[in-house]
Write a protein that binds this ligand. Sequence first.
Ligand SMILES: Cc1cc2nc3c(=O)[nH]c(=O)nc-3n(C[C@H](O)[C@H](O)[C@H](O)COP(=O)(O)OP(=O)(O)OC[C@H]3O[C@@H](n4cnc5c(N)ncnc54)[C@H](O)[C@@H]3O)c2cc1C
Length: 593
Amino acid sequence: MNATGTSKSETGVLVVGAGPVGLTMACELLRRGIDCRVIEKSDAPSQTSKALGIQSRTLEVFENMGVIEEFLARGLKVTGADVQEGETLLFQPDTRYLKAPYPYILSLPQSDTELLLLGLLHELGGEVEWSRELAGFGQERDRIVAFVGGDRADATEEISAKWLVGCDGAHSRVRHTLGVSFEGSAYEEEFLLADVDLDWNRSRDKAHAWLHGDGIFLSLPLPGDRRWRLVSDIAPTEGEEAPQASVELFQELMAERAKDTKTNISNPTWMSNFKISRRMITEYRRGHVFLMGDAAHIHSPVGGQGMNTGIQDAYNLGWKLALVIKGKAPDELLDTYEEERLPVAREVLKSTNASTNLAVSRNPVLRFVRDRTLSHVMGSGFVQETLLKKVSQLDVSYRKSSLSKSYKSPRMLLPGRRQDGFGLKDWLNLRGGPKAGDRAPQGRCLRYPSREETTLFQEFEGTSFTLLLFDGPARTEEGYANLTGIAQKVEELWGEDVKTCVVIAGYDKPEGLDWDGPVLLDVERELHETYNTAGAEVLYLIRPDGYVGFRSQPAMGDRLLRYLGDLLSTTPEAGESGERYAKGYADKTSTTR
Ligand SMILES: Cc1cc2nc3c(=O)[nH]c(=O)nc-3n(C[C@H](O)[C@H](O)[C@H](O)COP(=O)(O)OP(=O)(O)OC[C@H]3O[C@@H](n4cnc5c(N)ncnc54)[C@H](O)[C@@H]3O)c2cc1C
């Protein structure tokens, strides 16, 4: 402590805000052994239920973080909705169209989500410093000096940090201090919500919504007997304040919009009026400061995207920042955070705006068309799957990122150059399967030699990259020698950061495979089909956040080593980077995004 009473301390990373996004960020760093502190201006964990819907992709993130069982034990699985106009059923979205390990939305109050993440933080040795408000910060060379409890002269503490992550919500002090603009506009409607008991017998694995000329009436099931969240909107009336949310008002809205005069609403535990805006920043990183979650983007809660998008911001930055701090990756890797996450937020703002306008529209023509066409459109399985993939955030992809690269051999197009056994048919087939930047899909297989059942997501658990080397249906000696060479080289150079798994289309490890590391037996060929392997062996490098970073078809060791060398700042020794291990031929190829 100095003469003015300000104590001084240091940390590696300072996370500002202990909402769901700040907690995820801190857990992602601590999981990787990175020192970080979390400061929060409230004096205790939040009690409000705000975000209820945990989307399928976020559940996969929680699986990877090792907390999925706790979430599933507390939450309620919601598999669809009945959307009505009065008593007429208009359409029924059904999450079972999702081909994913968690084909539902998990309903759980945000306060519970935060408590579970806080539990994980404690397990990892972290803690939240409550009642500690960031007042501002300055930059000194390559460090941040954060003022806590008061600005500069009045600060009770100055924290010197190498990195600062602003997870401090919609009114972010970090964003204001940086002077980053938060562009957008507000909606006119005022929304009302109430968490209540309902004595109706409607199914609790669905949401129930009524579209009405005056606005919506929405009920979402909450965990616990008879618990529901009610939401309605009120059109603005010139010169008049919107009425405050109350049991009586919701009872009236239910009678008017849902034509339900029998159901009794009781036991309100939270009621609120709120207005919504759509705004986002255009700069996710400035020097050693990052913004994420509501500090970076806010929008309508329709579709339950906000918290989910923020958690995935943190999941995207966590592994990158850890690698850079450990000196294992260049600083430029951090620029891909904005490159990948800003377009996702832009798309979320666009789609939530469209669905909000559609849901609360008071334009009779638009409503007529909406109500008449939606039932037909939503009757299509394809439309349902496409929409649900979007809402569940399973379709988030980083294909355009500079981190997403792939290689496809052009050799078979040259007459007489088909030594790699990779034919034109195979080449054409490779249009399927996940592309570089896509989420790596799930699949079941067996571990060798125990033959215990496992899944790819179980194999991805932990904090490293996963290299999947598929032998493909050709199963040649030359192919196994190639895979052995790649696996051994990657193990030698990046064994600590890349877990290599050879995936065999069969029930036994082939003799030609001289690899003592993980071998997965794809007995049913489910993985080979999902990853669309063709004639020759192929490889996929899965990033720590579960997206395909690089794929090579056929599996070319030199291409992979170059990719990893760029990403992990380690260049393989000269002379070894240009060969395909079994045959040692150098291919004149191009790496494409
Ligand atoms: C009614 C409602 C329903 C919603 N429903 C959903 C849904 O179903 N699904 C969904 O995904 N999203 C939903 N959302 C949005 C979701 O609640 C937010 O997107 C989410 O809370 C954002 O998390 P965050 O951690 O970025 O910010 P916040 O949750 O706002 O957390 C920020 C934290 O930072 C702290 N803080 C602020 N300033 C400082 C400072 N200067 N110093 C220290 N600490 C500070 C705050 O006290 C707070 O704890 C809903 C929102 C509302 C209001």
